[in-house]
Design a protein around this ligand. Sequence first.
Ligand code: AMP
Ligand code: MG
Length: 426
Amino acid sequence: MISIEEALEKILAYVNILEEEEKPILDCLGQILAEDIYSSIDVPPLDNTAMDGYAVQASDTLNASRESPRFLSVIDTVAAGYISKYEVEPGTAIRIMTGAPIPKGADSVVQFENTDELTRRESATDQQLPTEIGVLCEAEAGLNIRRAGEDITKGSMVLSKGVVIRPSEAGILASLGHNKVMVIRRPVVAILATGDELVDISQPLPPGKIYNSNTYSVSALVLHYGGIPKILGIALDNEDSVVASLRRGLDADMLVTSGGVSAGDYDIVKDILAKEGEIAFWTVRMKPGKPLAFGTIRGASKGGKVKNIPHLGLPGNPVSSMVTFEMFVRPAMLKMMGKKNLVKPTIEAVLEDSIVNSDGRRILARTVVKKRDGRYFARLTGPQGSGILTSMSLANGLAIIPEDKARMKAGDVVQVMMLDWSESQP
Ligand code: AMP
Ligand code: MG
């Protein structure tokens, strides 16, 4: 039995970063940018106003106050998206809306609140805009002006190769007028459930059978971490059935099976890996998840070269398959996607239950982590049987009980690998 770290190292040694592809900016959220992005424009393109108000010459507002306003004649109104054809000269102002380019001649914008705009409009009997405005305070040059290029200057490198495309990056790309971008492609993960007892969720449930839930939890994890699940369905507990199903997944970047790896069934996966590829290891010093199997399956030969596809044989128990996915499939997927940070954030928390470690494996206990008085507390989500999938749904973290700790008690400080920081968690 090898440690979690050794297992992960072996798996990562078999996976490589995938190719680049061009994608519309909304289809590549979470993917890694594969090119440096330079701007061919200034953002914003022109000096423009940050406020609704009046574009003026600052020198015209000298000594203006509520008691002694400076009156200017209004020569135009300009909305965002339009350029005034007039020029602000001494004694004049142009009414201007947020985002509109600053007219020629103006060097500052006095917001409506600092003019008598409101009183004029309230007392006006018609819908006419004021032809004269009183400025109620002094404005210095540059007031309320957003400079051309203040966000992004023309010619500068805005996003560099290797960044993750998130909503703000999608927005930046759009602000530069890019509708497509080069990214590292998403891995296709073929998913096969094994077990004579399994029934697809579209079918009625006959006596003695259970629904195949792993395909859905595992596919959801693949989607969640940015991959593309390729569902291969359910195979029976015999070599021919599993091999036939796996063959349909040979164009994927990774094969993930569930079940058929625990002691009783182990021979199926071992024999398949031996015949169809190579086994790298079986069993990891962890709980849940001990019977994890890993190896490669020979794919189709392309131009005389045979592609070996990494195959993770996850244990069939629903919790074990999810936990081993988090520990091994997720980092492998992230490496393929070109990500550098493969680890989940870990926090320190005060354990609220006692946990016994009977056989020297590392326990990953499903816990719900909550913050109280500036500290994190981790409480077990209930019975820890690896068939109890609801305990996974309640958890937002996995408390780590080291191999060499026979027992941890309430009050002890533990490391918790956070599965989710989402506000939707309990
Ligand atoms: P195995 O690893 O095949 O020995 O399976 C361990 C346990 O997980 C058994 O109780 C199986 O019935 C259950 N199991 C295996 N595959 C699935 C699946 N796809 N969905 C739900 N439960 C499963
Ligand atoms: Mg089975």
